[in-house]
Design a protein around this ligand. Structure first.
Ligand code: SRM
Ligand code: SF4
Length: 589
């Protein structure tokens, strides 16, 4: 029973030859060149970084006979998104000192720096580690950043989720010494050392001495995990390879309903790839959940497709075997049967924006950050204003899976002063932005992402301006629905379970000396709570026609909806979006 083809991909060879993620990285970090070789670039991902180049400059530099303008994207792994005052200071300072001056909150509660010169990377990574942050396994074929509800609510449920999330993140952290040898001259900093596996939970034949969970070829592909509450799916749990939904009893978490096989990535030219939402596999008590998780991850390690990276995620094992066969294999690895899922449905979502009480007399404030970019631009000094709040009030906080952030542990007496700082810096509070903008997200795309076909982060704000006017004209400005845009079909802003997904389809071409905007596929019919995939509504829609196309659907929604029906549900019911799920799209990436 294998989901894999025969010949392992080139990346598999590079991983194995690297001797646990070393490869030539140590030499290449000190060779003075401005970029890494391709093989080192593969390994670099496990260390939390991607080699990129400024795509805005590509054509001009080529004309001038220059090489690409290389730099690195460095991603900081932050389990559950939480940061302390000191960590925020370090994150904020590094952007100025060693990056392009901005920070980008990601859809997975992390921070990314763009434009980091190769020769600054060691300084960035070692500085982060000294403030007990890490970049290890922020990217690469391993367990990625683990998502959890960022709200600092002081109750037993939130405390137990945090405890299990941190135990999970430690348990599945890579153990190879390469990271510390390369970036910290061998120094190991406490707080990031993975959990001791001397009392290993699940011993299977594929295990190895250095990396007992992963082995020397690590996982077949990236692996993503999220924790959520059934009434607050703020982590979009079903978009993950592995999802935990809390099952509560007497005000505590008794255990977790476990979901498997979520993922958004699709290669439209291959019908064998598709987005999928995770499906229930079993329930596990808090005492057992790590053991069950390890068995699932090891089954994936041993049976995931290592020949075709486009089809290497856990969702394809489920597509090929069926969920029952996967469950049976997990039970074989565990040595006993698993417990059935409780079937508790997902019922709600909270983006945690605005003022909310913590339950201990203090408050937290969720601040919307448009598409996650923290910078100072024009009249909005977002980066400066956020830093001032941290400095004046000594508050830490958390990043959300909707690319925003919150400050926590705020005294009621400080609320007005904090609002004044926001106002002075031109930073909008959630009450001051439209509902549609509040629930929108875009991936970075141009100019940093090497896979982008169209614009995304730079295009969505302008589209929001248009849609705000359209919705107000139709009297629909208070309707809550998600709009998510990406610059290619990989799905980094999770467009395939949103009410409206806008996915970059083809690049704009220069015609008669004028550049033409790119085109997008419009998907409709997902839901705010993330439990339904949307479908293709229209394909190849030029950017400047998106508003017009959507206005026609909004008008029908206004006129034909049933009482209380959401936009996404309406689109599904009247079969406006009757097309395929993310099928038939071509990409030039
Ligand atoms: Fe992503 C690749 C950015 C969340 C699916 N993603 C990339 C790369 C690294 C491009 C590359 O491979 O060269 C992008 C870097 C762009 C840049 O300039 O920063 C990139 N992904 C992002 C971020 C920053 C988007 C954002 O708006 O925040 C998110 C970083 C999350 C993090 O902190 O770890 C991000 N990516 C996601 C998500 C959403 C999620 O995980 O909740 C997905 C869909 C879920 C999934 O994994 O299926 C996602 N990214 C992908 C894929 C498609 C994977 C697949 O199975 O086919 C790729 C392409 C790849 O891996 O080859 C990709
Ligand atoms: Fe890049 Fe595509 Fe991800 Fe956007 S969705 S960041 S364009 S890989």
């Amino acid at each position: 029973m294998s989901s894999g083809g025969s010949k392992p991909s080139k990346v598999e060879g590079i991983k194995i030859a690297s001797e646990y993620l070393k490869g030539s990285l140590l030499d290449e970090t000190t060779n003075g060149l401005d970029h890494f070789t391709d093989d080192a670039g593969v390994l670099l991902k496990f260390h939390g970084s991607y080699q990129q180049d400024d795509r805005d400059l590509r054509t001009e530099r080529k004309k001038q006979g220059l090489d690409k303008a290389y730099s690195a994207m460095v991603r900081v792994r932050i389990p559950g998104g939480r940061f302390t005052v000191e960590q925020y200071r370090v994150l904020d300072d590094l952007a100025e000192r060693l990056g392009d001056g901005a920070m980008r909150i990601t859809t997975r509660q992390e921070i990314q720096y763009h434009g980091v010169p190769k020769n600054n990377m060691k300084d960035v990574i070692s500085t982060l580690n000294r403030s007990l942050l890490t970049t290890l396994a922020a990217c690469g074929d391993v367990e990625r950043n683990v998502l959890g509800c960022p709200a600092p609510v002081k109750d037993r449920l939130h405390a137990e989720m945090r405890e299990d999330l941190l135990a999970f993140a430690k348990h599945f952290a890579p153990r190879s010494p390469a990271y510390w040898d390369i970036w910290l001259d061998g120094e190991r900093i406490d707080g990031f050392l993975p959990e001791d596996l001397s009392k290993k939970f699940v011993a299977t034949p594929g295990d190895d001495g250095v990396e007992p969970i992963y082995g020397n070829a690590y996982l077949p592909r990236k692996f993503k995990t999220a924790f959520a509450f059934a009434d607050d799916n703020c982590t979009d749990v079903l978009a993950n390879d592995l999802g935990f939904v809390a099952i509560e009893k007497d005000g505590a978490i008794a255990g977790w309903d476990i979901y498997v096989g979520g993922g958004m990535g699709t290669t439209p030219s291959s019908k064998r790839t598709f987005p999928a939402l995770a499906v229930p596999i079993c329930y596990a008590s808090r005492a057992d959940f790590l053991k069950v998780s390890e068995a699932i991850i090891k089954v994936y390690r041993d049976f995931g497709d290592r020949s075709d990276r486009k089809r290497a995620r856990l969702k394809y094992i489920i597509a090929d075997w069926g969920i029952d066969a996967l469950r049976a294999k997990v039970e074989e690895y565990l040595g006993h049967a698993v417990e059935p899922s409780t079937g508790t449905p997902i019922t709600g979502v909270d983006d945690h924006l605005g003022w909310q009480p913590q339950g201990d007399g203090k408050w937290f404030l969720g601040i919307p950050v448009e598409n996650g970019r923290i910078k100072n631009a024009g009249s909005m000094h977002l980066k400066k204003g956020l830093r001032e709040i941290v400095e004046r009030f000594g508050v830490g906080g958390a990043f959300t899976c909707q690319q925003s952030l919150m400050f926590t542990d705020i005294d009621a007496a400080d609320k007005a002063a904090i609002e004044k700082i926001l106002e002075e810096h031109g930073i909008a509070r959630v009450e001051q932005i439209s509902t549609i903008r509040r629930w929108s997200m875009a991936c970075p795309a141009m100019p940093t992402c090497g896979l982008a076909v169209t614009e995304s982060e730079r295009a969505l704000p302008g589209l929001m301006d248009q849609l705000e006017k359209t919705l107000t004209k139709l009297g629909l400005e208070d309707e809550a629905f998600t709009v998510r845009m990406t610059g290619c079909p990989n799905g980094c802003a999770r467009p395939y379970n949103s009410d409206i997904g806008l996915v970059g389809r083809s690049a704009g071409r220069a015609e008669g000396g004028h550049s033409v905007p790119g085109t997008y596929t419009i998907f409709l019919g997902g839901r705010l709570i993330g439990d339904k995939l949307n479908r293709i509504y229209k394909d190849y829609v030029p950017f400047d026609k998106i508003d017009e196309e959507l206005e026609a659907v909004f008008t029908r929604f206004r006129d034909e909806r049933q009482p209380g029906e959401s936009f996404g549900d309406f689109c599904g019911r009247v079969e406006i979006a009757a097309g395929e799920v993310a099928g038939g799209v071509e990409t030039t990436a």
